[in-house]
Design a protein around this ligand. Structure first.
Ligand SMILES: NC(=O)c1ccc[n+]([C@@H]2O[C@H](COP(=O)([O-])OP(=O)(O)OC[C@H]3O[C@@H](n4cnc5c(N)ncnc54)[C@H](OP(=O)(O)O)[C@@H]3O)[C@@H](O)[C@H]2O)c1
Length: 293
């Protein structure tokens, strides 16, 4: 058990990390840009820090043994670079000076030279390189398709895919990822390793979306009934009506449409075990969550 600082604790994946790390017995410090507006479970220490402002990092990392990075600089190339590339360098430098023993980086499966077609993925590739060059041991999780993303494919009660998404994915529950991240801090053999992180149940995204939609709507929805909207059309909607807010998500979906799930999970299964939450069990939990809310 150790004190772990979480960068990106207010974010989507970071929120799961906070809860999982707390229940695993870590002392959790959330490093956030706006401490006044962030809300966390009782017991979380909240300190200010901005990875694009290196002066904020030494005090934020004082007395910390581990750092989890769950950062996302969005779809704007300059901001993605400053947060995920230069931010990685800033955190690595400050962590080295603070005596941090391990950094765990949550990255994405396309953040590797063979697939990094977009600026935010290229920023992640270089950010990872900064961690490799640092004396602080690091563990990188290149995360594939996450179960929790499925909620984003419901429009009202109707499941809608973006792109045809013909390839197989192997979805994984976020809590299974964060449980492994939590353990990584105590596993010396995972130092300076990069893991492709995914589940072990192949399915099309259409099948995954249909199963999720059936569970939360209470209606049986077949994969064939899931509509698909072309990516080019969504890009137009993004430009005209969404002020570019979907740029990053559409880029990722476009790469998925072309390549599918590119994770090679052999090393991940070997060192961390197969993810404990079967997809069907996770889906059943979602229907219970919907019923109780
Ligand atoms: N979501 C997925 O399904 C998924 C799948 C695979 C991989 N990933 C990877 O997981 C990582 C996290 O993704 P996410 O979806 O959880 O992102 P997110 O919800 O957008 O959260 C991003 C976090 O980064 C923080 N942040 C942004 N700029 C910062 C800065 N300058 N200094 C400090 N913190 C800053 C944000 O804090 P503020 O509250 O201050 O804005 C927020 O907490 C990303 O690297 C992503 O590529 C995500």
């Amino acid at each position: 058990m150790s004190r772990v600082a979480i960068l990106g604790a207010t974010g989507y994946l970071g929120g799961y990390a906070v809860r999982r790390f707390m229940s695993d017995g870590h002392d959790v410090r959330a490093i956030v840009r706006s401490p006044g507006t962030a809300s966390f479970p009782e017991g979380v220490e909240v300190v200010r820090g901005d990875v694009t402002d290196p002066a904020t990092l030494p005090p934020a990392l004082e007395r910390v043994e581990g750092v989890l990075m769950c950062l996302n600089g969005g779809g704007d190339p300059a901001r993605a670079r400053s947060v995920e590339e230069q931010g990685g360098a800033n955190v690595a430098a400050a962590a080295g000076n603070a005596g941090v023993q391990r950094i765990v980086l949550i990255s994405g499966m396309f953040a590797q030279p063979a697939y990094a077609a977009y600026p935010w993925e290229q920023a992640k590739v270089r950010g990872e390189q900064h961690l490799n060059d640092s004396p602080v041991p690091s563990t990188v999780f290149r995360v594939g398709f996450v179960n929790e993303t499925l909620s984003r494919f419901l429009r009202g009660n109707r499941p809608v895919l973006i792109g045809r998404q013909p390839h197989l994915v192997r979805p994984i529950a976020v809590d299974d990822i964060m449980s492994a991240a939590s353990r990584a801090f105590g596993m010396p053999e995972t130092a300076n390793r990069v893991y492709d992180v995914g589940g072990d149940e192949p399915m099309t995204m259409r099948e995954a979306v249909a199963a999720y939609a059936s569970a939360v709507t209470g209606r049986r929805i077949s994969p064939a009934a899931v509509r698909s909207v072309p990516i080019w059309l969504m890009r137009g909607v993004n430009r005209l009506f969404a002020k570019g807010e979907m740029t990053r998500a559409l880029g990722i979906l476009s790469t998925m449409n072309r390549h599918g799930d590119v994770t090679d999970t052999a090393a991940w299964f070997q060192d961390f075990g197969k993810p404990p939450t079967p997809f069907a069990q996770w889906v059943a939990q979602q229907s219970r969550i919907e019923e109780s809310s």
